[in-house]
Design a protein around this ligand. Structure first.
Ligand code: PXP
Length: 253
């Protein structure tokens, strides 16, 4: 199968805010990073307003809505507070993610199947407001089917387990995770869902995911922001873009 279209890169700027918040001041400024990412070719900017505001703040979201020329992908938990904020801003995209206060990062996908009714009601007003609603889930047939039933337009597949297995040298597990992601990308597409992927992706792990023909967007943050310390944000994004494009055309780096 030929790729369905050009693969978009959403750059997640949460961890610029993490560094800023370590000192409680105003720099580094996530808005400046977002504008630079935009100029470097990011197709969108992703930001997660967590319930505990550990990185991105409400003011950051206000600012992003004001300054961005590319779409904002607003990541949030399925809470009333976040729904209100999303309905006030009406960002291009909303990605609903699970959230636990004690976790270091978003650890797994959303449990859609068990909460189908609540989530269907939760996303309906967001869709009516014109937001493209995406649900962050594991590569699991049950969750994908539930996401389609509740009316999500997009699923984002959690690539964290694949990336962890790669980083820890568990290559059989990594390949099994990759096979599941590949199969579930095709399955979700067959149900009419647009397929995105993200979490934990690096220069070493991005190519196989970028090569899935059904995947239309990757959201990548922590690695790019970390890499920016060494080579600068623009070159860090350019290299990710280059590896994605190579993989998309079937070439290897
Ligand atoms: N996609 C979703 C839904 C996420 O929650 C995150 C992390 O906030 C990412 C992508 C980006 O993950 P990472 O920062 O590990 O690249």
């Amino acid at each position: 199968m030929q790729p369905l279209g050009q693969l978009r890169l959403g750059v997640n700027i949460d961890h610029v805010a993490t560094v800023r918040n370590a000192r409680g001041g105003a720099y580094p400024d996530p808005l400046r990073a977002a504008k630079l990412a935009e100029q470097a070719g990011a197709d969108g900017i992703t930001a997660h307003l967590r319930e505990d505001r550990r990185h991105i703040s409400d003011a950051d979201i206000d600012g992003l809505m004001e300054v961005l020329s590319v779409p904002l992908n607003f990541e949030m938990a399925a809470t009333d507070e976040m729904q209100k904020i999303a309905l006030r801003h009406k960002p291009h995209a909303v990605c609903v993610v699970p959230e636990k206060r004690e976790e270091r990062t978003t650890e797994g996908g959303l449990e859609v199947a068990r909460e189908e009714n609540r989530l269907a009601h939760f996303i309906a007003p967001l869709r009516e407001a014109g937001c493209r609603v995406s649900i962050f889930i594991a590569a699991d047939r049950k969750q994908i089917e539930a996401a389609a039933r509740i009316g999500a337009q997009v699923i984002e597949l959690h690539t964290g387990a694949y990336c962890d297995a790669h980083a820890e040298g568990r290559f059989d597990d990594r390949d099994a995770e990759l096979a599941a992601l590949r199969e579930m990308s095709a399955y979700a597409h067959s149900l009419g869902l647009e397929v995105h992927a993200g979490h934990g992706l690096t220069y070493d792990t991005v190519a196989p995911i970028a090569a899935f023909p059904e995947v239309m967007e990757l959201n990548i943050g922590h690695f790019i922001i970390g890499e920016a310390i060494f080579r600068g944000l623009t070159p860090a994004i350019h290299e990710m873009r280059r590896l994605m494009d190579l993989a998309r055309t079937g070439e290897t780096a």
